[in-house]
Ligand binder design. Structure first.
Ligand code: BES
Ligand code: ZN
Length: 598
């Protein structure tokens, strides 16, 4: 199978590939640096005279060739001209070497790393976490940072006493006296799934193979919220085959974590903003768990094929939720997802190639092109396929796809070939009815997409209709008593953009949005309050922006803030205070957004 070259990695310029990593790191909170070495065992050292790694903002101290007796000799290397997004190629002459040891140090500004002071945590200790996807692994270790290149690893990490270190690997469940931790990842993974977190962390088991790591203050809340974790893993296995990574644990991060979740193998990282108290936001965990198949087992070959990771994962996520909590529950998720899709297409522009499933991100920061399209249009393609071939056939296909391509990379062309052979070619006219090329290489949303509907949202639409005819919110309260977060989100998305501050105040007095402890609800409510100038929500909004770093929430809020009359000044003021709490993934987006309008 000939895979395309990855436009976002230097590693493709030489055919020599890594196969195993021995990582040795010292974590220093004072200098905000990781110092140590990455020893790379090569798979096919004879394939070319040199091997190429990706590095970005790393200080390279030494490059040595290590022989089988452990003797080291200096190796010749050069660094290519730095690119702000791609970093540099580290080209090392092999001269017979099969193992290379690279001594290095990270920069305090390394884009993958967020160093937190105690005030940014729930406790009294500093915290560090990494976020490697899409191409940030190269900012904390020299690596072949391309999703199509996999390796196993072992690591030794030294941290200050009383802090626990965790990785995307076999993890400790207790502190060591020395502050030294050893890790092993026996299954081969790509570099974007390399992860490290260090902090005042404790562990609580949920089942024999699942558990939660969190700061001690957060752990009880988290174990309550994620009580169904084992059921999710069991449901996922029943749907699409065995879980191949042994344990499945969650790490609940401090609120500055820039994403909802990150599917680091064996240890999903999650935002604490899904701790709603009522277990209503756990589809995010089902999503990250589903990546243990779509993404971590069968991996997008390049970021142009991102939909193969995310589209399958969204479809799979909702199948898990349906299995655990009924079809009615999954229907709500599908409708919310479809709304997001329409919204995203409108935002990106109906005709834009960024609305295609197969992307062309060469020459751009992949972070800019990885949008909700991959997630929701990808899921919608699978729903369309389901409507044409039926669930039984689709499920068999997906299960065999995961089994057949386990621990391999997949690009869109190879997937299409496989889909044709296994499914489409078995029935004349099927591919045409699927409108496959419109889905993959065409803009917007193809006409054959099945409609999605939710019975529970019909009740919400009813309340919205009554409100629009002038019915007082208070008289509608009883009818909302059994609403979950999803109904409230649908409600908030459906509120007309013309309500006055006085009308919002009435809604707030009745439904208590500003006082909500649910971050999804707050993030859907604040744009209304900003647009209408409902000032009573301002302190809660500012508190939210100062504490939460989840990009999906804060970027739209800054946008809404900028659109208000004195928004420029307010946005810059709040950002000035809050920026230090955000990860580079969020500040790179927000720096650009706030600069645009000045
Ligand atoms: N793998 C993604 C996060 C990601 C994508 C990081 C692209 C960097 C680049 C993760 O699985 C994800 O999709 N997270 C979502 C939650 C999900 C429920 C849609 C998020 O963080 O919002
Ligand atoms: Zn995902």
């Amino acid at each position: 199978m000939q895979l395309p070259t990855d436009p976002h990695s230097h590693a493709g310029s030489s055919p020599v590939r890594v196969r195993h990593l021995v990582l040795d790191l010292l974590v220093d909170f004072d200098t905000r640096s990781l110092t140590g070495s990455a020893t790379w065992h090569l798979a096919n050292p004879d394939a070319a005279p040199e091997v190429v790694f990706d590095v970005r903002d790393l200080t390279i101290a030494s490059v040595e060739s290590v022989d089988s007796d452990g003797n080291a000799t200096t190796a010749d290397y050069t660094l290519t001209t730095p690119d702000p997004v791609l970093g540099q190629g580290l080209r090392v002459s092999l001269a017979g070497a099969t193992t290379l040891r690279i001594g290095y140090r990270t920069a305090p500004t390394a884009a993958a790393l967020q160093w937190l002071v105690p005030a940014q945590t729930a406790g009294t200790q500093p915290f560090l976490f990494t976020q490697s996807q899409a191409i940030l692994a190269r900012t904390w270790l020299p690596c072949q940072d391309s999703p199509g290149i996999r390796f196993t690893y072992e690591a030794s990490v030294r941290v200050p006493a009383h802090l626990l270190a965790l990785m995307s690997a076999e993890n400790p469940q207790q502190l060591t006296a020395s502050g030294e931790y050893r890790f092993r990842m026996a299954q081969p993974i790509p570099a974007y799934l390399m992860a490290l977190a260090v902090g005042d962390l404790a562990f609580a088991p949920l089942s024999a193979r699942t558990g939660i790591y969190a700061e001690p203050a957060t752990l009880p809340v988290a174990t309550h919220e994620f009580a169904d974790l084992e059921k999710m893993v069991a449901a996922a296995e029943q749907l699409y085959g065995p879980y191949r990574w042994d344990r499945y644990d969650l790490l609940v991060l401090p609120p500055s974590f820039p994403f909802g979740g990150m599917e680091n193998p064996r240890l999903t990282f999650v935002t604490p903003t899904i701790l709603a108290g009522d277990r209503s936001l756990t589809s995010l965990v089902a999503h990250e768990l589903a990546h243990s198949w779509s993404g971590n087992l069968v991996t997008n070959a390049t970021w142009n094929d991102f939909w193969l990771n995310e589209g399958f994962t969204v479809y799979f996520e909702r199948r898990i939720m349906e299995h655990l909590y009924t079809g009615e529950y999954a229907d709500m998720l599908q409708v919310l997802g479809r709304d997001t899709l329409h919204h995203t297409i409108a935002e990106i522009g109906e005709a834009s190639p960024d609305t295609h499933l197969r992307l062309n991100l060469a020459g751009r920061d992949p972070d800019e092109g990885l949008t909700e399209i991959a997630y929701e249009k990808g899921c919608s393609l699978l729903l369309t396929l389901e409507s044409l071939v039926g669930r039984t056939h689709l499920d068999t296909f997906i299960k065999e796809y995961f089994a057949h391509f386990s621990f391999q990379a997949m690009d869109t062309a190879t997937f299409l070939d496989y889909l044709r052979t296994e499914l489409l070619n078995k029935e004349p006219g099927l591919e045409a009815r699927l409108q496959l090329s419109d889905w993959v290489d065409g803009p917007g949303l193809p006409t054959n997409v099945p409609a999605v509907a939710s019975r529970r949202f019909a009740a919400v639409d009813q309340v919205l209709a009554e409100l629009s005819t002038g019915t007082a919110p208070a008289t509608l309260l009883a009818g909302t008593a059994d609403w979950s977060s999803h109904e409230w989100l649908h409600f908030l998305h459906g509120l007309p953009p013309t309500l006055s501050a006085a009308q919002l105040q009435l809604l707030d007095e009745t439904f208590q949005f500003t006082a909500s402890g649910n971050a999804e609800i707050l993030a859907a409510w604040f744009p209304h309050t900003l647009r209408a100038g409902y000032a009573a929500a301002t302190p809660a909004l500012e508190h939210f922006l100062r504490h939460v770093g989840r990009r999906k929430f804060i970027v739209p809020l800054y946008r809404a803030l900028l659109a208000t009359p004195d928004g420029q000044a307010r946005a810059h003021y709040i950002y000035g205070v809050a920026r230090a709490n955000y990860h580079s993934v969020a500040t790179s987006t927000l720096d650009a957004l706030l600069a645009e309008r000045t």
